[in-house]
Design a binder for this molecule. Structure first.
Ligand code: HGY
Ligand code: MN
Ligand code: MN
Length: 428
């Protein structure tokens, strides 16, 4: 049993989490939304997602903390005696992609819960109270980073009304089904003065830490992205009677576009640029009909805003040219657009120093995944801690982090939070 302890290091008191309690939370939460194929299906505003939110609120209350769900379905937890000082907000998200692993988002929320329990157990009086958050729809079923966008006052009535998932299901419909009033999410906006900063622990979801044997990552920057839903519109025709040179075949348009992706990245992107076509729907979708239509997702990322703009322009030109060549119409919806952002330098420094004090092997690194932290950076300074992903796997049941790395990351989060909330971070 890894006792939750506190011990004096040369400079300061260091604290540790109750690892077995954290481990049992991770295992319990991973049962919510798990299906027979071993994947977890807690997509935003599904019954499983809402069940996980209620489960978290029960754990917060069990720990003697106050728990509530705001109008955007973000779960918030705070100390009863938090007072009026700006809060150090810490957490992540509970929703998942389909067929997900058990740690993406969930680990950050549960580590933050454990840190709040430990601060309470140690009776620590901090200058800035900790507050936990589990954001809603981080993964982008309805565009992405919904809960953090609501907290930052970035939501608009148009975005709420227009939001659809890739199967065409409306956000307003699923929120109503869960007893939520969609437009009320506009009220979830938080006064920036009520926050001191935001810290998030997350799995890396990439191979770097695991490959080099580092225990934790200290995130310097988070990539930006744009996500489109693209439609190519041709003409459905009989597969047997329509000559090849008389077809307006939408799938062939997609095939040509997909082939062009690498050239567009090579000519307009950087070494860090990535582009993914993750979902494709052909219509009418029968073997003996030339596909008259195709709708596909395009997810493009890079740490530089100008590069992203150049890539968007280049992809638009490819679509326009192939549309003319193949007599296909094209249109696209921007599902989400998130600017790249830097973590706060002083928070990065404190996290790094704390990692050194805990004798953890750490390294600074960018995040290739999007996170609520990059939305929160619009209203408060942010810092992020990564723990390794085994073989870099994520968004899959293969997602895993060794327990000792989870314990190290959690202890780093706990001691960083105590230093930051104790007053060592006073944002200039
Ligand atoms: O898509 C992402 O980067 C994150 O996992 N939501
Ligand atoms: Mn995540
Ligand atoms: Mn994710």
């Amino acid at each position: 049993m890894t006792q939750a302890t506190s011990k004096k290091s040369s400079q300061r008191e260091t604290y540790s989490v109750d690892f077995e309690r954290l481990q049992s939370d991770i295992e319990a939460l991973s049962k919510i939304g798990r299906e027979a194929d071993g994947g977890i299906y807690r997509m935003a505003f599904t019954d499983a997602d809402m069940e996980a939110r209620r489960w978290l609120m029960d754990r917060l209350r069990e720990a003697g903390l106050q728990a509530r769900m705001d109008e955007a379905a973000n779960v918030l937890g705070c100390f009863a005696d938090a007072g009026q000082a700006p809060a150090v907000l810490t957490g992540s998200h509970l929703d998942t992609v389909p067929n997900a692993g058990s740690l993406d988002g969930a680990l950050g929320v549960l580590v933050s819960l454990e840190c709040m329990r430990r601060v309470k157990e140690e009776g620590l009086k901090l200058k800035y109270p900790l507050e936990l958050v589990a954001f809603s729809d981080e993964e982008g079923r309805f565009g992405g980073l919904f809960g953090s966008s609501a907290l930052c006052g970035e939501l608009t009535p148009e975005r709420i009304e227009a939001a659809r998932d890739l199967d065409g299901v409306a956000l307003t419909e699923v929120m109503h089904r869960q007893g939520l009033e969609p437009r009320a999410a506009l009220l979830a906006r938080r006064n920036p003065d009520s926050l001191h900063c935001y810290l998030e622990l997350h799995i890396e979801q990439g191979p770097v830490l695991d490959a080099e044997g580092s225990t934790v990552g200290v995130v310097d920057e988070i990539v930006g992205l744009f996500k489109w839903s693209v439609r190519l519109i041709g003409q459905p025709d009989h597969a047997g009677t329509t000559p090849m040179d008389m077809r307006r075949d939408a799938f062939n348009g997609l095939a040509e576009f997909a082939h062009e992706v690498r050239r567009v990245l090579d000519e307009n992107g950087s070494d860090d640029s990535v582009a993914t076509i993750g979902k494709v729907d052909l219509t009418p979708g029968t073997a003996n009909t030339v596909p008259g239509g195709v709708e596909f997702s395009l997810d493009v990322r890079d740490p530089d805003a100008q590069v992203l703009e150049d890539l968007a322009g280049a992809f638009r030109r490819v679509l326009s040219a192939l549309g003319r060549r193949r007599d296909l119409m094209f249109e696209f919806d921007v599902l989400s657009q998130v600017a790249p952002m830097d973590c706060n330098k002083r928070l990065v420094e404190i996290i790094s120093e704390t990692a050194d004090e805990l004798d953890l092997r750490s390294r600074h690194m960018p995040s290739g995944a999007a996170h609520d932290a990059q939305i929160m950076a619009k209203m408060t300074p942010v810092g992020m801690i990564f723990v390794p992903s085994k073989d870099g796997r994520s968004h899959s049941p293969a997602e895993w982090t060794h327990w000792e790395d989870i314990e190290s990351g959690a202890n780093l989060m706990l001691n960083s939070l105590i230093r930051i909330a104790g007053g060592e971070f006073e944002d200039a």
